[in-house]
Design a protein around this ligand. Structure first.
Ligand code: URA
Length: 214
């Protein structure tokens, strides 16, 4: 039955890099590097269920069986602005992926997400889509993005996040229903949201820490 699969990656490298990323003393240069490295580690888990086909290969010693990724190229979609800081880390493991862009902004008063840019193919049937958004806070942004991808027929949707909040996961669970399987991969699951919708303890504003104040 289609469902939502949550994977919080439990690995010492992920935990150590996330701790350094959270530190308020970590400046932009180090923050960008850590974000990039973390996403590459998360990408390993996020791509676990990708479709493969059997292929033969001849090594210098002889023939053997192997696999190649199958189907159309995956689509990687960073949600602007902060998701852009995750793009290179994801493409490092999926160099043949296409890239689409979704510009979304959250109203800091109502916490409701709205879409201001959509450069995503109209037909996503058969496509495996990887959404990049560092902070799964209220879940409003991801929920809107997932609805758009589903309307275009995405075969599978995996959201890669650095940190998730329980409120955001609950929100997504209530919205996802049973139309298709959605996977969330994150480096950490935090305690809660504060009264302005920031993740506690979180890491602050991911977009500002990556790119400076907007
Ligand atoms: N967006 C962020 O950048 N940080 C949060 O804690 C929540 C949303």
């Amino acid at each position: 039955m289609p469902s939502m699969d949550i994977r919080i990656v439990d690995h010492p490298l992920v935990a150590a890099k996330l701790t350094e990323l959270r530190d308020e003393r970590t400046g932009t240069i180090t923050f960008r590097r850590l974000c990039d490295e973390l996403v590459t580690l998360l990408a390993y888990e996020a791509t676990r269920d990708m479709q493969v086909r059997a292929v033969g290969v001849i090594t210098p010693v002889g023939p053997t069986d192997g696999v190649a990724l199958s189907g159309p190229p995956p689509l990687v979609v960073p949600i602007l602005r902060a998701g852009l800081g995750m793009l290179d880390g994801m493409l490092r493991l999926l160099p043949g992926a296409d890239v689409g862009f979704l510009g979304m902004v959250r109203d800091e008063g109502t916490l409701i997400a709205s879409t201001y840019a959509d450069r995503i193919p109209a037909d996503l049937r058969e496509r495996e889509v990887f959404l990049l958004d560092p902070m799964l806070a209220t879940g409003g942004t991801l929920s809107t993005a997932i609805s758009l991808l589903r309307e275009r027929g995405a075969a599978s949707i995996t959201a890669v996040c650095l940190i998730a909040a329980p409120e955001g996961i609950a929100h997504l669970r209530s919205e996802i229903g049973s139309a298709s399987t959605v996977t969330i991969v994150a480096a950490g699951l935090d305690e809660r949201l504060n009264d302005v919708g920031y993740i506690v303890p979180g890491l602050g504003d991911a977009g500002d820490r990556l790119f400076g104040p907007a």
